[in-house]
Design a protein around this ligand. Sequence first.
Ligand code: SF4
Ligand code: SF4
Length: 300
Amino acid sequence: MKKREWMRLSYFGITTVLFHRKVPVIGSIILTDRCNLSCLHCAVNNITSELYPYTRIRADMEGMYADGIRFLLFYGGEPFLWTDDGITLRELVIEAKKMGFLVVNVVTNGTFPLDLPEADLIMVSLDGSRDRHNMIRGDTYDCIIKNIEEAAADNVCLYMAINHINQEDVEAVCETAKKIRNVKCISFNFHTPYPGTEYLGLSRKEKKDCCDRIARLIRGGYPILNLKSALPYVMNNSAKLPCYQCIVVENGSRWTCGRCKDIEGLCKECGFFFATEFSLVFSGNIKVTADMFKTYSKYF
Ligand code: SF4
Ligand code: SF4
């Protein structure tokens, strides 16, 4: 992001905190729930399998921009499966950039060619070392690594959801990131225990252990996009959630923070680091805000 864009975003952030505005800043658009995988922890794939119409998505992008949102994410299901009358995900990213969104990221399972140089970050799910990743996501590890190595740009962010199976692999994913050309950074989340997947969740003690290790890795210079200062809040689920600065839209429906907001008690066990991080920033936590500027300016 250019300096001028950071200034605009900072102004928006500071006034949001000062005036206690509950306006959204980060928007996510679900393009489809269709997916070619069926991961162990997933509660959202192939419920309708619909590819949502371009006109709906374009209207949602315009609506979000008009509301002041400047961080945009496209995800699914698997967003690379989305197409409408010849329009593809890549065109959506280009349009979003032209529209004025400052950061446009895509979240993908990485099993399709990563030909998306216009995205700021392509968040590619990699849930551990080869064996553990494949246990969770099917036999996909080698295909994903190949796609990352052959990506059109060095804009890949490894995206790991830490759970009961792969918690020992935090360091392994960091080492993989270091080795592979095209990987810019790594972003961690904890598994959010959606109904039916509670057995994959971590205890407080396990979360603390993972956070201590992530903090060590950050201090060791690994390119981690998470904020060290927010880790104590993440491990204790002590930030105020849901986060009012994040919204999600799917085919015209809109949720604050995530679709999971409607699941009784889930926000108290939320594993999404960004929800905690943005909630802390917009509730005026100076230390986390400074950490966000320092960390994000390295990768955007
Ligand atoms: S790739 Fe994503 S949407 Fe598809 S099954 Fe796995 S977690 Fe679910
Ligand atoms: S805080 Fe709640 S709504 Fe937001 S991502 Fe977490 S579980 Fe979902």
